[in-house]
Design a protein around this ligand. Structure first.
Ligand code: NAP
Ligand code: MG
Length: 403
């Protein structure tokens, strides 16, 4: 069989631990035999980020802007424990995802992959819930500080015109912690636009929630910008029969649980981080959650929503065959290949992405699955629990049959 040709490369960002192992297996078994793969490769593995003083992350993000499409493997965000685990680290490097998101200034849309044999923990959920996570600022671009003695903390903004604004944050009588966070009106506006556009593209209602009763100015700005931007999309929403709905985050949580799904829930950066794990777990497994970052200029970066699956990696290093689920990582690849196909007018590349996704779903339909899913299927469904390698081999068999 002749391999499917690509014209423009996509940006490939390799990562860490178990997902790095899966990455290679996916490429070797499911992509390279069928596609004349063209990628610009960036190794975002922790040690290479360290060697390049994290320049490789910035380079990968800039390449994504240039080429328009990227696929990213999960990566370690170092913390104190990782600094001990990897003594060669010269700095506690920032989250690569945070760096990429702030360069691309995009919105992250996360949606679960549903299969017939697994029903969501929330009985009334019938359709996927897509979380739209603002990908810039707030706590992810904040500074924090620990102080020991009694005193006062103030916040000052110095305008380029020379104008200054100062606020007292708090006066304290002992040790305290502080945080300075920000967001930009421009970023909030592109977040709003990305959400309204994605709602139109996928014909789903859009919900948005913040806590503007408490953070009157900060969250109030998000609410206001969404209201202003909605004016530009209102007619299209009416035409499609979809709605925009704003509510407080705690009310939203209650309504989401009682809903039947099938809508987009837009969340601020941190809310989106937390809620997407809650939603994906309730739908089944973190390993079935897809994630795509969409920038205002249409640049897209695909990844899995889960991390590097550290526990499985340590078992893998001991020589054990693990049953780690590669589905979300495969769907990151299919998302990127499909997008590349659409942008470059390569119908066979787009069709290949569809077939590979179908091969995954058909394999699951046969009851062949990894351990995380096997524990979730409905009673009475016959299941064969397999290792990652056997699962990928089963997907390949379906793919070859389809091609
Ligand atoms: P994680 O890698 O998502 O794994 C947490 C647990 O979820 C696993 O131990 C496993 O449970 C289950 N799980 C996740 N993905 C799975 C898969 N594909 N197949 C089967 N089970 C899966 O989260 P973490 O352990 O909190 O974080 C590990 C590292 O990933 C950290 O260094 C963190 O910085 C990084 N991280 C990266 C990203 C990213 O790059 N996008 C996102 C999140 C975290 P069991 O052990 O019970 O089987
Ligand atoms: Mg997270």
């Amino acid at each position: 069989m002749e391999k499917i040709r690509m014209t423009t490369p996509l940006v490939e960002m390799d990562g860490d631990e178990m997902t790095r192992v899966l990455w290679q297996m996916i490429k070797d078994q499911l992509i390279l035999p069928f596609v004349e793969l063209k990628t610009e490769y960036y190794d975002l593995g922790l040690l290479h980020r360290n060697e390049t003083k994290d320049q490789v992350t910035v380079d990968a993000a800039n390449a994504t802007k240039r080429l328009g499409v990227a696929v990213k493997c999960a990566t370690i965000t170092p913390n104190k424990q990782r600094m001990e685990e990897y003594p060669q680290l010269t700095e506690m490097w920032k989250s690569p995802n945070g760096t990429i998101r702030s360069i691309l200034d995009g919105t992250v849309f996360r949606a679960p992959i549903l299969i017939d044999s697994i029903h969501p923990v929330v009985k009334n959920w019938k359709k996927p819930i897509t979380i739209a996570r603002h990908a810039y600022g707030d706590v992810y671009k904040s500074v924090d500080l620990y102080t020991e003695e009694p005193g006062v903390c103030t916040m000052t903004f110095k305008g380029e015109s020379g104008e200054e604004k100062t606020l007292t944050v708090q006066k304290v009588d002992g040790p305290a912690v502080w945080q300075g966070a920000h967001n930009k009106e421009k970023s909030i506006r592109s977040f709003a636009r990305a959400c309204f556009q994605y709602a139109i593209d996928t014909r789903q209602d859009l919900w948005f929630s913040t806590k503007d009763t408490i953070a009157k100015i900060y969250d109030g700005e998000f609410k206001k910008v969404f209201e202003e931007e909605f004016e530009n999309y209102k007619a299209k929403f009416e035409e499609l029969g979809i709605t925009y709905f704003y509510t407080l985050i705690d009310d939203a949580v209650a309504r989401v649980i009682r809903s039947e799904g099938g809508f987009i829930w837009a969340c601020k950066n941190y809310d989106g981080d937390v809620m997407s794990d809650m939603v994906s777990t309730a739908f089944g497994s973190l390993a079935m959650m897809t994630s795509v970052l969409v920038a205002p200029d249409g640049t897209t970066e695909y990844e899995a929503a889960h991390g590097t699956v550290t526990k499985h990696y340590y078992r893998h290093l001991k020589g054990e065959a693990t049953s780690t689920n590669p589905i979300a990582t495969i769907f990151a690849w299919t998302g990127a290949l499909r997008k590349r196909g659409q942008l470059d007018g390569l119908a066979d590349l787009t069709a290949f992405a569809d077939r590979l996704e179908k091969a995954c779903l058909d394999t699951l339909g046969d009851g062949v699955m990894t351990k995380d899913l096997a524990g979730l299927v409905d009673e009475g469904v016959a299941v064969t629990t397999v290792t990652s390698a056997d699962f990928i081999a089963a997907i390949r068999a379906h793919l070859e049959a389809a091609l």
